[in-house]
Design a protein around this ligand. Structure first.
Ligand code: AMP
Length: 406
């Protein structure tokens, strides 16, 4: 589908209001501990500045009105976007000005006086309830900062918030567009969901099957193979009458799990569950552990990683795939003892990519895993969107994308 990006405009003389995702992790002194999200927005900002445009950045940082201090007041020190100004200036190589309120007089004075080549960052949008409510009046005020609206915040594209969606209503069609990050996210996700070269294998893992059911259902008609690992696999084993010991299970999803397996069989989509597990006697790195078949886990033991037979089978399927989508770890990879399965899958995805497959890794913990194993640059694309990416693969239309794409 057509994606209108910032390449469609020469920004000379324009003021671009850019929704970025600067919701970065901070340490106890409020220093940025991972600046990937800021880095990801740099190409968009630089193109606009280079054209001779000016930039007004807006973002959220945490949930200040929901995560109050113990005394019930708002934690400004933790949630002010001032915390990211220095790092943003450093990455852009120019001084970024800061407006202490996103719709206050000072902010409008700063954006009005902004010259070509200059950048201001507005204060955290979520200091206003209106942001998450998608309030039209608030969105209209925000729109006064710039004559062009650019959305480069894929991570919040699944939210119909004022700055991610509603604000677009206040711009004509030729003055609202996607930044480079957002465009890349959409393009790569579409490559998997709309035009996957076959065989297409989706690898889904993680803890909760309930979070992933809609994706599985949406992928069944598209994928040749769906590999299911991690804690969510045990719900499928129990649904089929297997003994899963004290492994993670969602008893209220047993019926859905059965239905999903039947649907896949009817559509000719192969669902691969791990035949064996590394089981442990407690949820800890120093637990006693051993191998067990997944339909016969002894009482008192829980599966915390996929086993050797599963690794072998999954690796084979992954290596023979031409398109790979990976979301969610195969086990509790945060503990060294239970990271082997996730690492093996990461390595198989990297090897398939090396052999010409297209691989997209996205959604939280699998991104952490490829980073941890040093394989992020060995896969085709690592998405920045957690929930947004998942919803895209559930087949939902993301409001932040629709607002621009129509
Ligand atoms: P999710 O956010 O649903 O993708 O889940 C990611 C989390 O699932 C990670 O923190 C993993 O440690 C956890 N996880 C993966 N496999 C298992 C398992 N077999 N038992 C318990 N937790 C698991």
């Amino acid at each position: 589908m057509d994606i209108k990006t910032i390449d469609s405009l020469n920004f000379a003389g324009h003021k671009a209001l850019i929704r970025v995702d600067f919701n970065v992790p901070l340490d106890k002194q409020y220093n940025v501990t991972d600046d990937s999200r800021i880095r990801a927005a740099v190409p968009t900002i630089q193109k606009i500045l280079k054209d001779g445009g000016a930039v007004i950045l807006m973002s959220h940082l945490g949930r200040p009105l929901k995560k109050l201090k113990e005394d019930g007041t708002v934690d400004y020190a933790k949630h002010t976007l001032k915390n990211v100004v220095a790092r943003t200036s450093e990455l852009l190589g120019i001084e970024v000005k800061f407006a202490g309120d996103c719709i206050g007089e000072e902010a409008f004075a700063l954006s009005a006086a902004l010259k070509p080549g200059e950048v201001i960052l507005l204060e955290n949008l979520r200091f206003y309830n209106e942001e998450e409510k998608g309030d039209a009046g608030f969105a209209e005020k925000l729109s006064k900062h710039g004559d062009v609206y650019v959305n480069d915040a894929f991570g919040t594209a699944h939210r119909a918030h004022a700055s991610t969606t509603i604000v677009a209503n206040y711009y004509p069609a030729d003055k609202k567009m996607f930044g480079y990050l957002m465009a890349a996210e959409i393009k790569n996700a579409d490559k998997v969901i709309l035009s996957a070269e076959k065989p297409f294998t989706a690898i889904l893992g993680g803890a909760k099957v309930s979070d992933k059911m809609l994706i599985i259902e949406n992928l069944i008609p598209k994928a040749d193979n769906i590999i299911i690992g991690g804690g969510m696999a045990y719900t499928f084993f129990k649904a089929q009458g297997g003994k899963i010991g004290s492994s993670l299970v969602e008893d209220d999803r047993l019926e859905t799990a059965k239905e999903v397996l039947a649907k896949a069989a009817a559509k000719g989509c192969r669902i691969l569950l791990p035949v064996d597990s590394i089981v442990a006697d407690k949820f800890a790195n120093d637990a006693d552990s051993k191998e067990a078949d997944n339909d016969n886990i002894p009482d008192g033991w829980m599966g915390l990683d996929i086993g050797e037979k599963a690794i072998e089978e999954f690796t084979e399927v992954i290596k023979n795939s031409k398109t790979i989508l990976w979301n969610g770890p195969m086990g509790v990879f945060e503990m060294e003892k239970f990271q082997k399965g996730t690492k093996a899958v990461a390595e198989a995805v990297a090897a398939a990519t090396q052999d010409g497959a297209f691989s997209l890794v996205g959604g939280g913990d699998s991104v952490a895993a490829v980073n941890q194993f040093g394989l992020a640059d060995k896969v085709s694309y690592v998405s920045t969107g957690g929930g947004a990416l998942l919803e895209y693969f559930e087949g939902k239309e993301l409001p932040g994308i629709k607002a621009i794409r129509g």
